[in-house]
Ligand binder design. Structure first.
Ligand code: ZN
Ligand code: ZN
Length: 251
């Protein structure tokens, strides 16, 4: 009941009011809402449900392997190499991570972004530390109005600041509204085709540079590929994709 009242009330408050309210209310698990010691954390039960992707994986798309295959590509990348250079995710997208990410996405939980930034740092640990432009996957204006903030932009900005990278909010533009993503890779690819554009003012700046694109979930790779294709075409030297979680088929 408390949680329902809290989120209902939040819709009528300014960002400042929401922050104040969060400070006044007892800290809650950002996944299940149970009481926790510190704000911005998840409870031990929800933590146990998270599956961190730290084992062997496809060197390109980051799909986990069930056994060690040093420097190998998964079947999908062998068949057709994606336009991005690498994709890495902190967590397997399953019931445990889904609940937490949805709560962050739709539940006015912007105050919990630090935890998600830590997940991005975790996902990036084996990537090079050379300078990079950090770019969020943009939301369409209509979706942004519904959600009030772009969670990818929120964590991308903090991730860039922590790493000493340059954050560029508007390098990618979403100029077409696409319905919530459903379906297989082919359907999703058609969904996102033409939805993104490159912001021309950055063309000179990004020539041969490294770009890190941030999103919340890597599902089929259609969004990641669409963004990478645009950035490479505009002259980027390399494109890496960092997400909180990734959908994994059987490993
Ligand atoms: Zn919990
Ligand atoms: Zn792969």
């Amino acid at each position: 009941m408390g949680v329902i009242v809290k989120s209902g009330l939040k819709h009528h408050l300014s960002t400042w009011g929401v922050r104040l309210l969060d400070q006044l209310l007892p800290p809650r698990c950002l996944s299940c809402g149970a009481g926790v010691q510190d704000s911005g954390r998840i409870c031990p039960d929800c933590w146990k449900e998270l599956d961190f992707l730290q084992g062997p994986m496809c060197r390109c798309c980051g799909h986990p392997f069930g056994f060690d295959m040093a420097d190998s590509l998964c079947a999908s990348c062998q068949k057709s190499l994606p336009p991005f250079d690498r994709a890495r995710a902190a967590l397997r997208y399953d019931d445990g991570s889904r609940r937490m990410i949805i709560s962050f996405k739709h539940g006015d939980r912007a105050d919990y972004s630090d935890f998600f930034v830590q997940l991005l740092v975790q996902a990036s640990q084996n990537l090079a530390s050379s300078s990079a432009f950090v770019v969020p996957v943009p939301l369409h204006k209509k979706r942004l109005r519904q959600r009030r903030y772009n969670q990818a932009a929120l964590i991308a900005r903090k991730f860039a600041a922590g790493k000493g990278f340059d954050y560029v909010a508007d390098m990618l533009i979403r100029h077409r509204y696409t319905p919530p993503q459903e379906g297989n890779y082919g359907q999703r690819q058609r969904n996102v085709a033409g939805a993104f554009a490159f912001s021309e003012k950055y063309r000179e700046k990004i020539q041969d540079h490294r770009i890190i694109v941030i999103d919340d979930v890597y599902t089929t790779g259609a969004t990641a590929s669409a963004c990478a294709r645009i950035l490479k075409k505009a002259g980027a030297g390399s494109v890496e994709i960092l997400t909180l979680a990734r959908v994994c088929s059987v490993t």
